[in-house]
Write a protein that binds this ligand. Structure first.
Ligand SMILES: [Zn+2]
Length: 299
């Protein structure tokens, strides 16, 4: 089994944060310069923590080129030169990703949590992940972001990857205008609350044909589905059953769908330590979705 501890540099950036080095030196923002130099010294992993301590991200992040897909959306915001972006390799932009097409030897798996942030329930998940030194990926709903902005900031501060899961979690057929609002308004909320931007999108219910995924594709998001789903939605089975199902169905390169928000998911929280322990016993290493895609994109 490979261990990633010896490859720390490869795994130190769960976000694949893109940064524009020249803008650190642009003189626009001395705070940005100071923080930028500090982060160069300390490494990327502390970057979200610093970000959480200031009201705005410093102005050192990258502005994507036209090929990066999301330029048109993100540049419509007045301070588009001051952000961090959770990016994905270009070959996955605008693509639907299932995590079931793994041709690598690495035995990795990505835990994903949907429908939060959700207050103390999410914070319990964060504690378990921290105790186990694992980075995961959280797909947020705009409505939940409005309820739990502090929790959102804690997720980002802990260094997890985040994705867009629309404002209202609707399944119905949407007009182009409504689809755009569902995606763009959530992106704006994520940015306003955390200073982050993300190229990850997960359609509510995995619905790919109601207009919202098509809009996100056109914007260049990676449409992140899953390779296995924990049976943790209503009615929720006991934690042992959730854990056993995840462990039974796990595959290398997989994306596991769990829930930390959208309702009572105490059984998911209770199952999580068993899931982590069992997957580790099977030889799995945990990665974020951007890390998974980066690995998959390597020849
Ligand atoms: Zn959902």
């Amino acid at each position: 089994m490979k261990t990633y501890g010896t490859r720390r540099s490869r795994w130190s950036d769960p976000y694949r944060i893109k940064r524009k080095k020249t803008s650190i030196l642009s003189g626009k923002n001395l705070l940005g310069l100071g923080l930028g130099l500090g982060i160069l010294a300390l490494g990327f992993t502390v970057l979200p923590r610093l970000n959480s301590t200031i009201s705005r991200p410093f102005k050192s992040a990258n502005i994507p080129t036209a090929g990066d897909g999301l330029t048109s959306v993100f540049n419509q915001w007045s301070d588009a030169d001051s952000w961090f972006i959770i990016s994905i390799p270009s070959r996955f932009q605008g693509q639907v990703i299932y995590g079931n097409n793994w041709a690598k030897s690495d035995k990795v798996i990505a835990l994903t949590f949907d429908d939060g942030p959700w207050g103390t329930q999410t914070e319990e998940v964060l504690n378990i992940l921290e105790q186990n030194n694992i980075k995961a990926t959280f797909f947020w709903i705009g409505q939940a972001l409005q309820m739990y902005p502090e929790t959102a900031r804690k997720v980002v501060a802990a260094g997890h990857a985040i994705g867009n899961h629309t404002v209202n979690h609707r399944y119905h057929r949407m007009s182009p205008t409504e689809a755009a609002q569902e995606v763009d308004d959530t992106a704006k909320m994520i940015y306003d609350i955390t200073g982050m931007k993300t190229m990850l999108f997960r359609p509510p219910g995995g619905v790919l044909n109601n207009g919202v995924a098509d809009y996100a594709k056109k914007q260049g998001y990676g449409i992140v589905m899953w390779s296995q789903i924990a049976p943790d939605s209503n009615p929720q089975p006991p934690a042992e059953v959730i854990a056993e199902t995840v462990l039974k169905d796990a595959t290398p390169g997989g994306i596991v769908l769990l829930h930390d928000g959208g309702g009572d998911h105490r059984t998911t929280v209770a199952a999580l330590p068993k899931i982590i322990e069992g997957l580790r016993q099977q030889g799995y290493e945990f990665v974020t979705v951007p890390q998974l895609l980066e690995l998959q994109g390597q020849d």
